[in-house]
Design a protein around this ligand. Structure first.
Ligand SMILES: Cc1ncc(COP(=O)(O)O)c(C=O)c1O
Length: 463
Protein backbone atom coordinates (compact mmCIF):
# COMPACT_ATOMS: atom_id res chain seq x y z
CA UNK A 1 0.00 0.00 0.00
CA UNK A 2 2.73 2.39 1.11
CA UNK A 3 4.75 1.40 -1.91
CA UNK A 4 1.84 2.14 -4.23
CA UNK A 5 1.51 5.60 -2.62
CA UNK A 6 5.16 6.30 -3.19
CA UNK A 7 4.88 5.51 -6.87
CA UNK A 8 1.74 7.64 -7.24
CA UNK A 9 3.55 10.58 -5.60
CA UNK A 10 6.53 10.12 -7.83
CA UNK A 11 4.29 10.04 -10.88
CA UNK A 12 2.54 13.23 -9.76
CA UNK A 13 5.82 15.09 -9.26
CA UNK A 14 7.00 13.78 -12.61
CA UNK A 15 3.91 15.14 -14.39
CA UNK A 16 4.20 18.45 -12.58
CA UNK A 17 7.83 18.93 -13.58
CA UNK A 18 7.72 17.45 -17.05
CA UNK A 19 4.24 18.31 -18.25
CA UNK A 20 5.13 21.73 -19.67
CA UNK A 21 7.85 20.18 -21.87
CA UNK A 22 5.69 17.46 -23.39
CA UNK A 23 5.66 17.21 -27.14
CA UNK A 24 8.99 18.96 -27.53
CA UNK A 25 12.02 16.93 -28.56
CA UNK A 26 14.35 18.32 -25.92
CA UNK A 27 11.53 17.97 -23.41
CA UNK A 28 11.40 14.25 -24.08
CA UNK A 29 15.02 13.69 -23.11
CA UNK A 30 14.72 16.01 -20.11
CA UNK A 31 11.67 14.01 -19.09
CA UNK A 32 13.69 10.82 -19.24
CA UNK A 33 16.43 12.42 -17.21
CA UNK A 34 14.09 13.77 -14.50
CA UNK A 35 12.30 10.45 -14.36
CA UNK A 36 15.58 8.69 -13.67
CA UNK A 37 16.48 11.14 -10.92
CA UNK A 38 13.15 10.65 -9.22
CA UNK A 39 13.03 6.86 -9.19
CA UNK A 40 16.64 6.41 -8.00
CA UNK A 41 16.43 7.71 -4.46
CA UNK A 42 19.40 5.82 -2.99
CA UNK A 43 22.74 7.59 -2.74
CA UNK A 44 24.61 6.58 -5.88
CA UNK A 45 28.12 7.55 -4.95
CA UNK A 46 30.08 5.24 -2.68
CA UNK A 47 31.19 7.01 0.52
CA UNK A 48 34.83 6.43 -0.39
CA UNK A 49 34.44 8.96 -3.20
CA UNK A 50 33.35 11.77 -0.90
CA UNK A 51 35.68 14.73 -1.15
CA UNK A 52 37.71 13.37 -4.06
CA UNK A 53 35.24 13.82 -6.90
CA UNK A 54 36.58 17.18 -8.01
CA UNK A 55 39.80 17.09 -10.03
CA UNK A 56 41.43 20.43 -10.94
CA UNK A 57 43.33 18.80 -13.81
CA UNK A 58 40.14 18.53 -15.87
CA UNK A 59 39.85 22.32 -16.13
CA UNK A 60 43.51 22.92 -17.01
CA UNK A 61 43.76 20.05 -19.50
CA UNK A 62 40.70 21.49 -21.29
CA UNK A 63 42.33 24.92 -21.43
CA UNK A 64 45.45 23.37 -22.99
CA UNK A 65 43.44 22.18 -25.96
CA UNK A 66 42.44 25.71 -26.95
CA UNK A 67 43.84 27.01 -30.23
CA UNK A 68 47.38 28.35 -30.43
CA UNK A 69 48.43 27.39 -26.91
CA UNK A 70 51.86 25.80 -26.39
CA UNK A 71 51.21 22.99 -23.92
CA UNK A 72 54.07 22.94 -21.42
CA UNK A 73 51.82 21.75 -18.64
CA UNK A 74 51.16 18.04 -18.90
CA UNK A 75 53.95 15.57 -18.28
CA UNK A 76 54.57 13.60 -21.44
CA UNK A 77 57.19 13.68 -24.19
CA UNK A 78 55.97 14.99 -27.55
CA UNK A 79 58.67 13.10 -29.45
CA UNK A 80 59.04 9.45 -30.49
CA UNK A 81 60.28 6.71 -28.19
CA UNK A 82 63.69 5.24 -29.15
CA UNK A 83 63.70 3.14 -32.35
CA UNK A 84 64.53 -0.08 -30.50
CA UNK A 85 61.39 0.31 -28.33
CA UNK A 86 59.11 1.13 -31.27
CA UNK A 87 60.49 -1.88 -33.17
CA UNK A 88 59.95 -4.07 -30.11
CA UNK A 89 56.31 -3.00 -30.02
CA UNK A 90 55.89 -3.60 -33.77
CA UNK A 91 57.42 -7.00 -33.34
CA UNK A 92 55.07 -7.79 -30.45
CA UNK A 93 52.06 -6.84 -32.57
CA UNK A 94 53.05 -8.58 -35.80
CA UNK A 95 55.04 -11.56 -34.48
CA UNK A 96 53.83 -14.42 -32.31
CA UNK A 97 50.02 -14.40 -32.53
CA UNK A 98 49.80 -15.77 -28.98
CA UNK A 99 50.83 -12.30 -27.76
CA UNK A 100 47.24 -11.33 -28.60
CA UNK A 101 46.09 -13.53 -25.73
CA UNK A 102 46.19 -13.36 -21.93
CA UNK A 103 49.48 -14.03 -20.25
CA UNK A 104 50.31 -14.70 -16.58
CA UNK A 105 48.24 -12.48 -14.27
CA UNK A 106 51.22 -11.03 -12.37
CA UNK A 107 53.25 -10.27 -15.48
CA UNK A 108 54.37 -11.63 -18.86
CA UNK A 109 57.15 -14.07 -17.85
CA UNK A 110 59.97 -12.57 -20.00
CA UNK A 111 59.15 -9.16 -18.48
CA UNK A 112 59.09 -10.26 -14.84
CA UNK A 113 62.33 -12.17 -15.54
CA UNK A 114 64.22 -9.20 -16.99
CA UNK A 115 62.83 -6.79 -14.35
CA UNK A 116 64.04 -9.17 -11.62
CA UNK A 117 67.50 -9.49 -13.12
CA UNK A 118 67.92 -5.81 -14.14
CA UNK A 119 66.63 -4.28 -10.88
CA UNK A 120 68.01 -7.12 -8.77
CA UNK A 121 71.50 -5.86 -9.66
CA UNK A 122 70.59 -2.20 -9.02
CA UNK A 123 68.88 -2.91 -5.70
CA UNK A 124 71.43 -5.50 -4.57
CA UNK A 125 68.82 -8.26 -4.19
CA UNK A 126 68.51 -11.73 -5.57
CA UNK A 127 65.01 -11.22 -6.95
CA UNK A 128 62.56 -14.00 -7.85
CA UNK A 129 60.46 -12.96 -10.88
CA UNK A 130 57.42 -14.77 -9.43
CA UNK A 131 57.67 -13.40 -5.91
CA UNK A 132 59.34 -9.99 -6.03
CA UNK A 133 57.84 -8.43 -9.19
CA UNK A 134 54.28 -7.40 -10.07
CA UNK A 135 53.45 -5.83 -13.46
CA UNK A 136 50.69 -3.22 -13.33
CA UNK A 137 48.77 -0.77 -15.53
CA UNK A 138 51.38 1.96 -15.35
CA UNK A 139 52.93 3.29 -12.17
CA UNK A 140 49.48 4.71 -11.44
CA UNK A 141 48.15 1.15 -11.23
CA UNK A 142 51.07 0.16 -9.03
CA UNK A 143 50.34 3.00 -6.61
CA UNK A 144 46.63 2.18 -6.45
CA UNK A 145 47.34 -1.50 -5.84
CA UNK A 146 49.83 -0.68 -3.09
CA UNK A 147 47.46 1.67 -1.24
CA UNK A 148 44.55 -0.77 -1.51
CA UNK A 149 46.68 -3.67 -0.31
CA UNK A 150 48.31 -2.00 2.69
CA UNK A 151 46.27 0.96 3.95
CA UNK A 152 43.36 0.22 6.25
CA UNK A 153 40.55 2.29 7.72
CA UNK A 154 42.16 4.85 10.07
CA UNK A 155 45.76 4.18 9.05
CA UNK A 156 47.93 7.26 8.57
CA UNK A 157 50.05 7.79 5.47
CA UNK A 158 52.81 10.41 5.49
CA UNK A 159 52.94 12.39 2.24
CA UNK A 160 55.80 14.79 1.48
CA UNK A 161 54.63 18.04 -0.16
CA UNK A 162 54.66 19.04 -2.97
CA UNK A 163 53.40 15.60 -4.03
CA UNK A 164 52.20 13.85 -7.19
CA UNK A 165 48.55 14.64 -6.73
CA UNK A 166 47.03 11.12 -6.78
CA UNK A 167 48.66 10.11 -3.47
CA UNK A 168 46.06 11.94 -1.41
CA UNK A 169 42.87 10.54 -3.06
CA UNK A 170 44.42 7.06 -3.18
CA UNK A 171 45.04 7.22 0.58
CA UNK A 172 41.49 8.45 1.20
CA UNK A 173 39.91 5.84 -1.07
CA UNK A 174 41.65 3.12 0.94
CA UNK A 175 40.16 4.62 4.14
CA UNK A 176 43.48 6.09 5.29
CA UNK A 177 44.30 9.53 6.68
CA UNK A 178 46.91 11.58 4.80
CA UNK A 179 49.44 13.37 7.04
CA UNK A 180 51.36 16.06 5.20
CA UNK A 181 54.86 17.37 5.71
CA UNK A 182 56.21 20.10 3.42
CA UNK A 183 59.68 20.47 1.98
CA UNK A 184 60.94 23.91 3.02
CA UNK A 185 62.99 26.27 0.92
CA UNK A 186 66.21 27.23 2.68
CA UNK A 187 67.39 30.76 1.86
CA UNK A 188 69.86 31.05 -1.00
CA UNK A 189 72.06 34.12 -0.88
CA UNK A 190 74.85 33.37 -3.28
CA UNK A 191 73.12 31.98 -6.37
CA UNK A 192 71.04 33.74 -8.94
CA UNK A 193 68.49 30.91 -9.10
CA UNK A 194 67.28 28.43 -6.50
CA UNK A 195 67.87 24.73 -6.91
CA UNK A 196 65.42 21.96 -6.03
CA UNK A 197 68.12 20.76 -3.60
CA UNK A 198 67.40 23.85 -1.45
CA UNK A 199 63.97 22.37 -0.70
CA UNK A 200 64.51 20.18 2.34
CA UNK A 201 62.73 18.19 4.99
CA UNK A 202 62.88 19.52 8.53
CA UNK A 203 64.02 16.41 10.49
CA UNK A 204 62.19 17.42 13.67
CA UNK A 205 58.95 18.14 11.83
CA UNK A 206 59.18 14.90 9.87
CA UNK A 207 59.79 12.89 13.06
CA UNK A 208 56.76 14.56 14.68
CA UNK A 209 54.45 13.17 11.95
CA UNK A 210 55.07 9.53 12.87
CA UNK A 211 52.56 8.02 15.32
CA UNK A 212 51.51 4.53 16.32
CA UNK A 213 48.89 4.72 13.53
CA UNK A 214 51.39 5.51 10.74
CA UNK A 215 51.26 2.64 8.25
CA UNK A 216 53.17 4.01 5.27
CA UNK A 217 55.24 6.90 3.98
CA UNK A 218 55.18 7.75 0.31
CA UNK A 219 58.38 9.03 -1.20
CA UNK A 220 58.88 10.34 -4.73
CA UNK A 221 62.42 10.77 -5.99
CA UNK A 222 63.11 12.44 -8.42
CA UNK A 223 60.07 14.41 -7.38
CA UNK A 224 57.18 15.67 -9.45
CA UNK A 225 56.61 18.69 -9.58
CA UNK A 226 59.81 20.07 -8.00
CA UNK A 227 62.48 17.91 -9.65
CA UNK A 228 64.15 17.30 -6.30
CA UNK A 229 66.41 14.25 -6.07
CA UNK A 230 66.60 13.15 -2.43
CA UNK A 231 70.17 12.84 -1.18
CA UNK A 232 71.47 9.72 0.53
CA UNK A 233 71.49 11.61 3.86
CA UNK A 234 67.83 12.61 3.45
CA UNK A 235 66.89 9.04 2.55
CA UNK A 236 68.78 7.75 5.59
CA UNK A 237 66.67 10.01 7.77
CA UNK A 238 63.44 8.72 6.19
CA UNK A 239 64.71 5.13 6.43
CA UNK A 240 65.60 5.36 10.10
CA UNK A 241 62.18 6.83 10.99
CA UNK A 242 60.39 4.12 8.98
CA UNK A 243 62.35 1.45 10.83
CA UNK A 244 61.93 3.07 14.24
CA UNK A 245 58.12 3.28 13.78
CA UNK A 246 57.67 0.05 11.80
CA UNK A 247 56.36 1.83 8.70
CA UNK A 248 56.27 0.70 5.05
CA UNK A 249 57.94 2.96 2.49
CA UNK A 250 56.25 3.22 -0.91
CA UNK A 251 58.79 4.81 -3.21
CA UNK A 252 57.75 6.21 -6.58
CA UNK A 253 60.90 6.26 -8.73
CA UNK A 254 59.38 6.67 -12.19
CA UNK A 255 61.91 9.40 -13.13
CA UNK A 256 64.95 7.51 -11.87
CA UNK A 257 66.88 7.78 -15.17
CA UNK A 258 66.22 11.50 -15.54
CA UNK A 259 68.85 13.08 -13.30
CA UNK A 260 71.09 15.99 -14.27
CA UNK A 261 74.40 17.74 -13.47
CA UNK A 262 75.95 14.45 -12.34
CA UNK A 263 73.35 14.02 -9.60
CA UNK A 264 72.89 10.42 -8.35
CA UNK A 265 69.54 8.72 -7.92
CA UNK A 266 69.54 6.53 -4.81
CA UNK A 267 66.82 3.91 -4.28
CA UNK A 268 65.79 3.85 -0.64
CA UNK A 269 65.37 0.05 -0.92
CA UNK A 270 69.19 -0.23 -1.12
CA UNK A 271 69.71 1.30 2.34
CA UNK A 272 70.40 -1.15 5.18
CA UNK A 273 67.22 -2.72 6.55
CA UNK A 274 64.95 -1.11 3.94
CA UNK A 275 64.36 -3.83 1.33
CA UNK A 276 62.04 -5.71 3.68
CA UNK A 277 59.76 -2.68 4.17
CA UNK A 278 59.92 -0.97 0.77
CA UNK A 279 57.83 -1.13 -2.40
CA UNK A 280 59.72 0.35 -5.37
CA UNK A 281 57.52 1.58 -8.21
CA UNK A 282 58.58 2.19 -11.82
CA UNK A 283 57.03 3.07 -15.18
CA UNK A 284 57.88 1.96 -18.72
CA UNK A 285 56.07 5.10 -19.91
CA UNK A 286 58.66 7.34 -18.25
CA UNK A 287 61.57 4.92 -18.84
CA UNK A 288 61.13 4.56 -22.61
CA UNK A 289 59.29 7.84 -23.36
CA UNK A 290 56.11 5.91 -24.16
CA UNK A 291 53.50 7.02 -21.63
CA UNK A 292 50.63 5.56 -23.67
CA UNK A 293 51.89 2.00 -23.20
CA UNK A 294 50.84 2.12 -19.54
CA UNK A 295 53.13 -0.60 -18.26
CA UNK A 296 54.37 -0.19 -14.70
CA UNK A 297 55.74 -2.42 -11.96
CA UNK A 298 56.22 -2.84 -8.24
CA UNK A 299 59.31 -4.51 -6.79
CA UNK A 300 59.56 -5.64 -3.20
CA UNK A 301 59.74 -8.47 -0.70
CA UNK A 302 57.33 -11.37 -1.00
CA UNK A 303 55.81 -10.51 2.42
CA UNK A 304 54.45 -7.24 0.96
CA UNK A 305 53.95 -8.21 -2.68
CA UNK A 306 51.68 -11.15 -1.86
CA UNK A 307 49.06 -8.66 -0.63
CA UNK A 308 49.39 -6.52 -3.77
CA UNK A 309 48.87 -9.66 -5.85
CA UNK A 310 45.57 -10.24 -4.02
CA UNK A 311 44.36 -6.75 -5.03
CA UNK A 312 45.64 -7.15 -8.59
CA UNK A 313 43.96 -10.54 -8.97
CA UNK A 314 40.65 -9.12 -7.78
CA UNK A 315 40.71 -5.91 -9.78
CA UNK A 316 42.37 -5.64 -13.18
CA UNK A 317 43.87 -9.16 -13.10
CA UNK A 318 46.04 -8.79 -16.16
CA UNK A 319 47.89 -6.15 -18.22
CA UNK A 320 48.11 -6.02 -22.06
CA UNK A 321 50.48 -8.73 -23.24
CA UNK A 322 51.95 -7.00 -26.31
CA UNK A 323 52.93 -3.86 -24.41
CA UNK A 324 54.61 -6.05 -21.78
CA UNK A 325 56.50 -7.95 -24.49
CA UNK A 326 57.76 -4.66 -25.95
CA UNK A 327 58.94 -3.46 -22.53
CA UNK A 328 60.66 -6.80 -21.88
CA UNK A 329 62.58 -6.58 -25.15
CA UNK A 330 63.51 -2.93 -24.51
CA UNK A 331 64.94 -3.80 -21.08
CA UNK A 332 66.85 -6.73 -22.58
CA UNK A 333 68.44 -4.28 -25.02
CA UNK A 334 69.24 -1.81 -22.20
CA UNK A 335 70.76 -4.56 -20.09
CA UNK A 336 73.26 -5.25 -22.88
CA UNK A 337 74.19 -1.54 -23.21
CA UNK A 338 74.04 -0.68 -19.51
CA UNK A 339 76.36 2.17 -18.49
CA UNK A 340 77.71 2.62 -22.03
CA UNK A 341 77.34 5.73 -24.20
CA UNK A 342 74.93 3.75 -26.43
CA UNK A 343 72.48 3.19 -23.53
CA UNK A 344 69.19 5.08 -23.73
CA UNK A 345 69.39 5.57 -19.97
CA UNK A 346 72.68 7.44 -20.54
CA UNK A 347 71.62 9.33 -23.68
CA UNK A 348 68.16 10.43 -22.55
CA UNK A 349 69.19 12.53 -19.50
CA UNK A 350 71.95 14.21 -21.56
CA UNK A 351 69.43 15.26 -24.24
CA UNK A 352 66.78 16.30 -21.72
CA UNK A 353 69.27 18.32 -19.67
CA UNK A 354 69.71 20.47 -22.81
CA UNK A 355 65.91 20.95 -22.99
CA UNK A 356 65.92 21.88 -19.29
CA UNK A 357 68.68 24.46 -19.74
CA UNK A 358 67.01 25.89 -22.83
CA UNK A 359 63.74 26.33 -20.94
CA UNK A 360 65.44 27.87 -17.90
CA UNK A 361 67.12 30.55 -20.04
CA UNK A 362 63.93 31.29 -21.97
CA UNK A 363 61.63 31.57 -18.94
CA UNK A 364 64.09 33.84 -17.13
CA UNK A 365 63.88 36.36 -19.97
CA UNK A 366 60.32 37.39 -19.00
CA UNK A 367 60.86 37.41 -15.23
CA UNK A 368 59.71 33.85 -14.43
CA UNK A 369 62.30 32.53 -11.94
CA UNK A 370 62.96 28.82 -12.46
CA UNK A 371 64.00 26.59 -9.57
CA UNK A 372 66.68 24.43 -11.21
CA UNK A 373 65.52 20.79 -11.04
CA UNK A 374 68.08 18.05 -10.31
CA UNK A 375 65.82 15.46 -11.93
CA UNK A 376 62.42 14.50 -13.45
CA UNK A 377 61.01 16.31 -16.45
CA UNK A 378 59.50 19.23 -14.62
CA UNK A 379 60.63 22.53 -13.25
CA UNK A 380 58.75 25.06 -11.17
CA UNK A 381 59.12 28.82 -11.52
CA UNK A 382 58.62 31.46 -8.88
CA UNK A 383 55.95 34.01 -9.89
CA UNK A 384 56.11 36.16 -6.72
CA UNK A 385 57.05 39.25 -8.71
CA UNK A 386 53.92 38.91 -10.84
CA UNK A 387 51.89 38.33 -7.68
CA UNK A 388 53.02 41.70 -6.30
CA UNK A 389 52.73 43.57 -9.62
CA UNK A 390 49.39 42.13 -10.77
CA UNK A 391 47.69 40.82 -7.62
CA UNK A 392 44.14 41.18 -8.92
CA UNK A 393 43.98 38.76 -11.82
CA UNK A 394 40.45 37.56 -12.62
CA UNK A 395 39.17 34.50 -10.77
CA UNK A 396 37.14 33.41 -7.78
CA UNK A 397 37.94 35.28 -4.54
CA UNK A 398 39.34 32.20 -2.81
CA UNK A 399 41.14 30.86 -5.90
CA UNK A 400 44.88 30.44 -5.26
CA UNK A 401 46.95 33.00 -7.21
CA UNK A 402 48.85 30.43 -9.30
CA UNK A 403 45.59 29.11 -10.81
CA UNK A 404 44.53 32.61 -11.80
CA UNK A 405 48.01 33.28 -13.18
CA UNK A 406 48.00 30.14 -15.34
CA UNK A 407 44.59 31.05 -16.80
CA UNK A 408 45.88 34.57 -17.50
CA UNK A 409 49.03 33.19 -19.12
CA UNK A 410 47.08 30.79 -21.34
CA UNK A 411 44.70 33.54 -22.48
CA UNK A 412 47.18 36.38 -22.89
CA UNK A 413 50.52 34.71 -23.60
CA UNK A 414 49.48 31.43 -25.28
CA UNK A 415 51.55 29.31 -22.84
CA UNK A 416 50.20 26.54 -20.66
CA UNK A 417 51.70 25.46 -17.31
CA UNK A 418 50.22 23.80 -14.22
CA UNK A 419 49.60 25.66 -10.92
CA UNK A 420 51.81 24.17 -8.19
CA UNK A 421 49.15 24.61 -5.46
CA UNK A 422 47.37 21.52 -6.84
CA UNK A 423 50.34 19.50 -5.58
CA UNK A 424 49.59 20.61 -1.99
CA UNK A 425 46.96 19.71 0.60
CA UNK A 426 44.15 22.28 0.81
CA UNK A 427 45.37 23.97 4.05
CA UNK A 428 48.80 24.56 2.49
CA UNK A 429 47.73 25.66 -0.99
CA UNK A 430 47.73 29.39 -0.30
CA UNK A 431 51.25 29.17 1.16
CA UNK A 432 52.59 27.80 -2.12
CA UNK A 433 50.48 29.62 -4.69
CA UNK A 434 53.42 31.58 -6.14
CA UNK A 435 54.85 28.74 -8.26
CA UNK A 436 53.82 27.17 -11.56
CA UNK A 437 55.11 23.94 -13.14
CA UNK A 438 56.48 23.52 -16.67
CA UNK A 439 57.34 20.25 -18.44
CA UNK A 440 60.58 20.40 -20.46
CA UNK A 441 60.40 16.85 -21.90
CA UNK A 442 59.58 18.45 -25.23
CA UNK A 443 60.66 18.36 -28.83
CA UNK A 444 62.91 21.11 -30.21
CA UNK A 445 59.96 22.43 -32.28
CA UNK A 446 57.83 22.85 -29.12
CA UNK A 447 60.66 24.72 -27.37
CA UNK A 448 60.96 26.97 -30.42
CA UNK A 449 57.20 27.64 -30.34
CA UNK A 450 57.63 28.52 -26.65
CA UNK A 451 60.47 30.92 -27.52
CA UNK A 452 58.27 32.71 -30.04
CA UNK A 453 55.58 33.26 -27.42
CA UNK A 454 58.16 34.44 -24.90
CA UNK A 455 59.71 36.83 -27.43
CA UNK A 456 56.28 38.40 -27.94
CA UNK A 457 55.85 38.56 -24.14
CA UNK A 458 59.25 40.31 -23.87
CA UNK A 459 58.27 42.77 -26.64
CA UNK A 460 55.08 43.59 -24.74
CA UNK A 461 57.17 44.39 -21.66
CA UNK A 462 59.13 47.11 -23.51
CA UNK A 463 57.95 50.61 -22.53
C1 LIG B 1 55.52 10.83 -9.91
C2 LIG B 1 54.68 10.04 -10.83
N1 LIG B 1 54.32 8.80 -10.49
C3 LIG B 1 53.56 8.05 -11.30
C4 LIG B 1 53.11 8.52 -12.52
C5 LIG B 1 52.24 7.65 -13.39
O1 LIG B 1 53.00 6.90 -14.27
P1 LIG B 1 52.32 5.96 -15.38
O2 LIG B 1 52.07 6.79 -16.58
O3 LIG B 1 53.30 4.85 -15.63
O4 LIG B 1 51.05 5.44 -14.78
C6 LIG B 1 53.45 9.82 -12.91
C7 LIG B 1 52.93 10.36 -14.18
O5 LIG B 1 52.96 11.54 -14.45
C8 LIG B 1 54.26 10.60 -12.05
O6 LIG B 1 54.62 11.85 -12.38
Amino acid sequence: MALGGMFRNAAAIYLHLVGPFRGKKSGASLARCLHQTLVMTKQLQARRLNGIDHNPWVEFVKLASEADVVNLGQGFPDFAPPDFAVEAFQHAVSGDFMLNQYTKAFGYPPLTKILASFFGKLLGQDMDPLKNVLVTVGAYGALFTAFQALVDEGDEVIIIEPFFDCYEPMTLMAGGRPVFVSLKLSPNQDRELDSSSNWQLDPTELASKFTSRTKALILNTPNNPLGKVFSRAELELVASLCQQHDVVCITDEVYQWLVYDGCQHVSIATLPGMWERTLTIGSAGKTFSATGWKVGWVLGPESLLKHLRTVHQNSIFHCPTQAQAAVAQSFEREQLHFGQPSSYFVQLPQAIQRCRDHMIQSLKSVGLRPVIPQGSYFLITDISEFKSKMPNLPGAADEPYDRRFVKWMIKNKGLMAIPVSIFYSVPHQKLFDHYIRFCFMKDESTLQAMDKKLQKWKDDLRP
